[in-house]
Design a protein around this ligand. Sequence first.
Ligand SMILES: *Cc1c(COP(=O)(O)O)cnc(C)c1O
Length: 813
Amino acid sequence: MALSIQKIVQILHAKWFGINDATIDNISIDSRSLQNGSQTLFFALVGPNNDAHVYISALIEKGVQNFVVTHIPENLENNANFLVVANTLDSLQLFAAYYRNLFDFPVIGLTGSNGKTIVKEWLNFLLSPDYNIIRSPKSYNSQVGVPLSIVAINEKHNLGIFEAGISTRNEMEKLETIIRPTIGILTNIGSAHDEGFTGIGEKIKEKLKLFQNAKILIYHKDKTIDAFIDSKLKTFSWSFKDEGADVFITKKLDFDQTLLKIRHQKTEFEIKIPFQDEASIENALQCMMALLYFSYDAKTIKDRIGLLFPVEMRLKLKNGINNTTLIDDSYSSDFQSLKIALDFLESQKQYKKKTLILSDIFQSGLSNEDLYSKVSHLIVSNKIDRVIGIGETISAFKNKFPNCVTFKNTESCIAAIHELNFSNETILIKGARTFHFEKIVAALEEKTHETVLEINLNAISHNLNFYKSKLKPATKMMAMVKAFGYGSGGFEIAKLLEHHKVDYLGVAFADEGISLKTAGIHLPIMVLNPENTSFSAIIQHQLEPEIYSMKGLNAFLKIAEQKKLNHFPIHIKLDTGMHRLGFEEENLEELIATLKENKLVTVKSILSHMATSDDLNHRDFALSQIDLFEKLSSKLMRELRIKPIRHILNTSGISNFPDAQYDMVRLGIGLYGVSNDVREQKYLENVGTLKSIISQIRTIDAEESVGYGRRFVADKTTKIATIPIGYADGISRHWGNGVGFVTINNQKATIVGSICMDMLMVDVSEINCNEGDQVIIFGESPTVIYMAEQLQTIPYEILTSISQRVKRMFYRE
Ligand SMILES: *Cc1c(COP(=O)(O)O)cnc(C)c1O
C-alpha cells in the first residue's frame, strides 16, 4: 500500500487539518502496536466503552503522524495530520472498500455460524500450491477485523479468502461491500448468536447477503436453506440425501477416518478424510466443493484432502524453562499473523528481553528479497532482541536480522537448544506447520502436570466492557485482582486491565500488590487488608492502604512521620452494616480530628462494602447501607474539606443499584465471567476452563469397586477412566461419588467413588474415548456456577480453591 494522505482525504470525504504531506503504507487501530510509525494511518475507533482518541497524544510522541478522528483532541492541533470524519469505523470500512476495488482477482467469501475459520485455513492449505493467497488472519471476521484483513492485500496476490461474521441485522451488507466475494461458501448454520435475530430464517437471509454479487454459491443442500436463496444466484450444492444436488455424497466411517464417495456429473471418486466428527466432515466437504469448482481432478483432490489437519487458532502463553514465557503460535507463519503475534508479544511480555523463533515464511506473494526485508523491518520496529531463524530460505537472509542465529531445520535447533541459553526472556515461537515447532515448544516448556487452567483473555475484556457499559461516563473502575485474580492469574490479568485503562486495581494483601508492582504494573493499587507490619513495604512500593481503624491510622501516621511523607494516598473504609472492617459512626469525630490539617496523608477515597447487593430479598438493608454511606462520607468530606473518590458497589451492586455508583465501582467476580444473577449470566463469557487428560482406562466387572473405601460398586460391566486431578488441586471431595461429572469428547462422565488427593475416576462406559484424551473439569460444562450450586457454595470459592500447582495458561482467540 502506498497512498498519499490527500488521496485518503478524498476517499473518506474527510476534513483535513494537516501539517505535511505523507504517504501511508500501514493502517492501525491498536495503540499498543510497535508497528505504528510515521507512515501509519491510525483510525481512532470509538466503542461504547473505549475511545481510542485518548491514545493519540502518546502515539504522536512515538512518531505516529496521521490520524482519522471524530475530533482533534485538545492541544494537539498542528502536531500531526488529522482527518476529521463523522464516524471512524465507517471511515475504516469505506477505506477498505475502496482498497478492495483496486484489485481484481477471485475472492472466496465465507460465512455461517460455525466452521468459517477452519474452512478458510483448510482452503488456504489446499489451494496454496497454486495461488498466492491473501486470507483473513486468525478469526478476523468482524466489522473491524474484515477491513483490517482487506488492507493487507498486495499486488502479488491472486486469490483472496475472507470470512465474515455477524451478530445482528444489517451488518452483512457492510461486510459485503468490503469483501466483494466472487465465490461464496455458506458454512454450517447453527444456533450461535441467535439473540440478534428474530429467527433462523432471518439469520440465514442476513448471512446470504454476503453473496448478493457473487458468481456462485457453494452450500450444503440438506440444511433447508434453499427457500432463502435468491433465484438469480447460481449455486453449486452438495447433499447426502438429495440426488438432485450438484454433488451427491455417501459416507462411511472407517477406524479413525471417513470414506466419502463423491458423485459429480459423470465422474465418481472416493476420498478419505482423517476425521470422523460431523463438523469436520461438513467443513472438509465445503473445501472439496471449492476444489471441484476450481476444476481440480479427482486425484489431486484426494491427495490434498487426505492431508487435512486440526486447526489451532489461538496464541497460547506458557511458562518456559529458566524463567521464560513462551508464546506458542506454532501452526502458521504468514506475514499477517506474524504482525498479530508480535503485537501479542508486546502486550504480554513479562521479561524485557524478546526473542523470536521463526521459520521460513510461505506464500507471501512477494519475492524472498522483498519479503525478508519487510519481515526484518517488522522485527526491528518491534525491538526484538534476538532472532532464531529455522529453514533454508530464512537462513539465506540471516544478515537482515538483528542478533540472528539460524538452523537448517527444526531438529538441528532442538539439538542445540542448550547452547542457545534461554533465560529471563519472552519467546515467540512462530512457524509454518511443516516445521513442527510444537517440538520446540515441548522442549522449552516447563514440565508440569497435564492439568491446566486455561484463561481466555478476550473473555475478560468482554466482561469488563459489559460492566463498563452499565456505568455513567464519569464513573471510574477499580478491578479486583485479589487472591491471584480470583484464581485466574495475577500479572497477566493486571496487564490486560492496565491496557483497558481501568483506574485502580484492588488486592487483599500487600504482598499481592508488591508482586504486581515489581512485575511492572503501573496502575495505582489499593490494599484492602494491610497489616501494620506491611506498612513500610506498602510505602516503598507506592501501594495505597485501606485504613479501617484508628489503630491502623495511628500506626500508619507514625511511619509516615518517620519517612517524612507528603500527602501519601490512603483510603478510608466505613462500616455501614457489613460489620467486617471499617470506621463506624461513633469513630468519626476522632478520625476527623486526626486527619484535619494532616499533611502526611491524603484521603484518596472513601469506601464501604455491601453485605447483600446480590440478594433482592435484602434490598431494604442494602439501601440502608447506601444511605448510611452517604451520610458518613458526606460528613467526612464536609469537615475535612476534601473531595475524594467515593465507592461502595461490587459486581452485583453495579447491576442492582445503578444509582449508587458514586465516583467509582469495584468489579470482581463479573470480570471472571460469573454473575450472581441468572438473567445477566448470558451476557458474560466464560473465562476459565480447567482441563486434564485421561491417564488410564480399564473395564471392571459387575460387583467390582473403584477407589478408597469401595464407595462405588459396579452393577454391570463398566469402563472406568482415571484423571490426574484431585482434592489437592482444589476439587472438593463432595464433588465425587456420583455428584459431579466431567466432560470428555462432549459427553458427561460421572465421577465414581471418592475423589483422591491427586486423582479421580469417572464412568466412561458410554463414551468413545482413549487414554490421553482431553477432559474438561469445568468451563462451559459443567460451569463453576453449576458446581457451586451442587456443592452448596459459591463460584468464588471454587475459582479461588484451584491450587497454585495447576498451571495457568492464557490465550486470546
Ligand atoms: C472482593 C471485593 C469486591 C468485589 O466483589 P465482587 O462480588 O467479586 O464483585 C469489592 N469490594 C471489596 C471490599 C471486596 O473485598
